[in-house]
Design a protein. Structure first.
Length: 274
C-alpha cells in the first residue's frame, strides 16, 4: 500500500562537518587579515596624498626618519618605556580591583547598594578633571599619573563586570540549585564563566581609556613619556615628532587590544560567534 505523500517525513539536513566549519573559520580570518592590510595601506596612502597636497602633515618617510633619529639617541625607547609602565600599572591595578567589586555588586544586593552610588558619581566625572586635585594631594611623581589611569580603567571595567553578573540567565542558576549546587559552586561554575565575555570587553574599553588618560596626564609634570614628548614637540612646531608619538601610541594600544582579544577567544571558546 502506498504511503500518502503528506505523511512522508522530509529527510533531515546533513549535519555540518567540523572540518567544513574549521575551513570556513579560517577563510573568514584570512579575509579579515587581507581587509586589515588593505585598510592600513589605504590609510597611509591617504595620509601621504594629503601631506603632498597642501595639508601641514609630515609625509610617512619623514615620520619614519624622525622615529629612527629618536630611536638612535634612545629618546623613543625611554618615552615608550615610561608610558608603557604607567599604562600597564594603572590598567592592571584598575582591572584587578574592578573585577571583584563588579562581582560583589552583581551578586550581593548590599554591596550594590553601598558601591553603586559612588561608582556612578565618579563615572560622571572625567578622570582628567581630577588630575589637578590629584597632583596637589599626591605630588608630581608617578603616583598621580598611575592613579588617574587606574581610575579610568577601573570605572570602565567595573560596570561591565557588574552588567555581566546581573545578565546571567536565571534559568542556569535555578537549574544548578535544583541539582544541589551551593552558592560558591554556582558562582564559580556558572556566574564567572558567563560573565567572562563582559569582563574582557570592559578590560578592552578600560585599556583605551587608560591610554587616553595617560597622554593627558603626561602633559603635566612628566620627565619622560610619549605625551610629554608631544608637548615638547608642540613648542617647537615639530610635527614629525608629534606624529611619531601618535603612531607609537596607536600601535602599542592596538597590540595590547589584540592580546586581550586573543585571550577573549581562548577563554570564551564556548560562545557562539559570527
Amino acid at each position: 500500500m502506498s504511503v500518502p505523500t503528506s505523511q512522508v517525513e522530509a529527510p533531515a539536513p546533513p549535519a555540518a562537518s567540523p572540518r567544513g566549519a574549521t575551513r570556513r573559520t579560517r577563510s573568514r580570518r584570512s579575509t579579515l587579515v587581507v581587509l586589515n592590510a588593505v585598510s592600513i595601506v589605504g590609510g597611509i596612502a591617504c595620509w601621504w596624498v594629503l601631506a603632498l597636497n597642501g595639508f601641514q602633515f609630515p609625509t610617512p618617510p619623514e615620520v619614519v626618519a624622525k622615529a629612527v633619529q629618536l630611536a638612535g639617541n634612545g629618546t623613543l625607547q625611554e618615552d615608550v618605556l615610561a608610558s608603557l609602565s604607567r599604562v600597564l600599572a594603572g590598567f592592571l591595578i584598575g582591572s584587578a580591583a574592578a573585577i571583584p567589586v563588579g562581582f560583589l555588586m552583581g551578586w550581593y544586593t548590599t554591596a550594590r547598594g553601598l558601591f553603586e552610588p559612588w561608582i556612578q558619581f565618579f563615572r560622571t566625572i572625567p578622570p582628567l578633571a581630577l588630575l589637578p586635585l590629584v597632583l596637589v594631594l599626591l605630588g608630581i611623581g608617578e603616583v598621580p599619573k598611575v592613579f588617574v589611569i587606574f581610575l579610568a580603567a577601573f570605572l570602565a571595567c567595573v560596570i561591565s563586570t557588574y552588567q555581566g553578573v546581573v545578565s546571567v540567565d536565571r534559568t542556569l542558576i535555578n537549574a544548578a540549585r535544583v541539582l544541589g549546587a551551593k552558592d560558591a559552586t554556582i558562582f564559580a561554575k556558572v556566574v564567572v564563566p558567563a560573565s567572562t565575555p563582559f569582563i574582557l570587553v570592559g578590560m578592552r574599553v578600560g585599556l583605551g581609556s587608560a591610554w587616553a588618560t595617560l597622554v593627558a596626564a603626561e602633559l603635566l609634570a612628566a620627565p619622560a613619556g610619549l605625551g610629554y614628548r608631544m608637548q615638547q614637540a608642540q613648542l617647537y612646531y615639530d610635527l614629525a615628532t608629534i606624529f611619531v608619538s601618535i603612531v607609537v601610541i596607536g600601535v602599542l594600544g592596538l597590540v595590547m587590544d589584540r592580546l586581550l582579544l586573543f585571550a577573549e577567544t581562548r577563554l570564551t571558546g564556548w560562545q557562539e560567534r559570527r
